[in-house]
Design a binder for this molecule. Structure first.
Ligand SMILES: Cc1cc2nc3c(=O)[nH]c(=O)nc-3n(C[C@H](O)[C@H](O)[C@H](O)COP(=O)(O)OP(=O)(O)OC[C@H]3O[C@@H](n4cnc5c(N)ncnc54)[C@H](O)[C@@H]3O)c2cc1C
Length: 423
């Protein structure tokens, strides 16, 4: 098992991004973080005529954006019922339809910029881990139709074999609108579009400090200092001490993925005959999909404590074979981990604090939302006056006794494991 992200193994054959520019003295907007949030914002800002410098500590797409499960889903981590309780029916419906718009936004961006990222309207299957979960799914299907006018298809246990070649599940709920893509190719494609629009992308450039000087910001980086009229922090699950207020509101949680060797079409489709993207209904859930070259890409949380990618790979392998015994002889070629970024209320947040703008906290639903909200926050920075229900969510709530080191995760993990055993 190589400790490498499957999606980036052929990075060398992709069109290279432009070589680094000289650092400008002053820009309209400095963006920190070269993932989908930062790149999408940079693209939108540059297209609107702003001068933009984006700083990425590693390489473009190194973070969650280039290493995720490739599921382009509608909605957010927080359940729509919970939006209704907290914000009322009208705002919940507006949030839901904006999240539908986020998938449409990804699709039109791919088309407009000609991004080759194997995008498909694959359909997202939520598979029931326990028989009673299927009952909850039936109730949810009705709720979504009645309250949000949104259609989900219920797949009863007897019809499940047409969707998934595993005895581990008890029915499913299908969202036909969701898609699947190669996340690294997508992220690099958005980066190339941002460059074409005029944004300057600085890889290998860590931002180490932010200070206010009059109405400007001084952005201190490993390459030198830049003055910026506005700053957007787009560091999500890799947020550090440069923005301590935000760091105390974002919890990085490790997620672990493995990819098998290419299985051949027949074996691959014996697992997922319709090549859907899938997740299950456990708290500590698994998510999986087939890559364009017929590998099983299988992810989840191997452990709630820090583990290296070899250990997480071995754990995920056991889980995968238990669900798909037909893969027992398939070699695991790649194993990797990444930080999913959680907030206390499970909502993503766009906001303004200590003079900087931020957009983060997608809780594992960021492929569509980060791309969409990045563009939205760019609109706000340009002052285009566009409104969105996502601007009206409350500020990200603080987490008691949390200073950026998530000491409580093993405890939360114990609770979730017990929950999955009992319910
Ligand atoms: C394993 C995994 C699987 C996932 N699966 C899915 C999925 O299937 N579907 C889905 O919708 N979502 C999924 N997600 C979530 C999704 O990938 C993220 O929500 C989304 O990519 C976040 O994008 P981002 O640009 O905000 O953050 P990121 O892509 O993480 O980018 C943040 C960047 O900031 C950089 N950075 C941090 N600090 C500094 C600094 N001081 N200076 C310069 N740069 C800095 C980091 O190096 C990093 O590259 C998954 C996440 C993980 C980790």
């Amino acid at each position: 098992m190589k400790e490498q992200v499957l999606w980036s193994i052929d990075a060398d054959s992709m069109p290279p991004l432009e070589a680094p520019h000289a650092l400008p003295d002053h820009v309209d907007v400095a963006v920190i973080g070269g993932g989908l949030t930062g790149l999408s914002a940079a693209l939108s800002l540059a297209r609107g005529g702003a001068s933009v410098a984006l700083f990425e500590r590693e390489t473009i797409g190194w973070g969650a954006s280039g290493r995720n499960g490739g599921q382009v889903s509608v909605g957010a981590k927080r359940r729509p019922e919970s939006w209704v309780r907290e914000y009322g029916h009208e705002m919940a419906v507006a949030l839901w339809s904006a999240s539908v718009g986020s998938v449409a936004h990804v699709e039109s961006l791919i088309e407009r910029e000609g991004i080759d990222c194997h995008y498909r309207r694959a359909g997202l299957l939520a598979v029931a881990w326990r028989p009673e979960h299927f009952g909850h799914q039936a109730a949810h299907q009705k709720y979504m139709a009645d309250t949000f006018g949104y259609h989900l298809e219920l797949i009863p246990p007897l019809s499940l074999a047409a969707e998934i070649g595993s005895d581990g599940y008890h029915g499913a709920l299908l969202d036909e609108f969701a898609g699947s893509l190669d996340p690294y190719r997508f992220t690099r494609g958005v980066a190339a579009a941002a460059q074409r629009a005029g944004a300057a992308l600085f890889e290998g450039t860590e931002v180490t400090a932010l200070t206010r000087i009059g109405s400007d910001h001084q952005v201190v980086t490993g390459r030198g200092t830049v003055r910026a009229a506005e700053v957007l922090v787009a560091t999500n699950g890799y947020t550090g001490p440069v923005t301590p207020w935000l760091q105390r509101r974002l919890v990085p949680v490790g997620s672990h993925i493995i990819a098998t060797e290419p299985l051949g079409r027949e074996l691959a489709e014996s697992c997922l005959p319709r090549r859907r993207v899938v997740y299950d209904t456990k708290k500590t859930l698994f998510y999986f999909t087939l890559s364009a070259d017929d590998r099983m890409v299988f992810g989840g949380r191997a452990s709630w404590t820090q583990v290296d990618a070899q250990r997480s790979g071995a754990i995920m392998h056991r889980h995968m074979v238990r669900l798909f015994p037909q893969l027992a002889m398939a070699r695991i070629e790649y194993t990797w981990t990444g930080n999913v970024c959680f907030t206390r209320d499970f909502d993503p947040h766009i906001g303004y604090r200590d003079g900087y703008h931020f957009c983060a906290g997608y809780c594992g639903h960021g492929v569509a939302l980060a791309t969409y909200l990045g563009a939205l926050v760019a609109g706000r920075l340009r002052g285009d006056g566009a409104d969105s229900p996502f601007f009206h969510l409350k500020d990200p709530p603080p987490i008691p006794l949390y200073d950026g080191r998530p000491w409580f995760l093993p405890l939360a993990g114990g609770f979730y494991r017990a929950h999955d055993l009992l319910k």
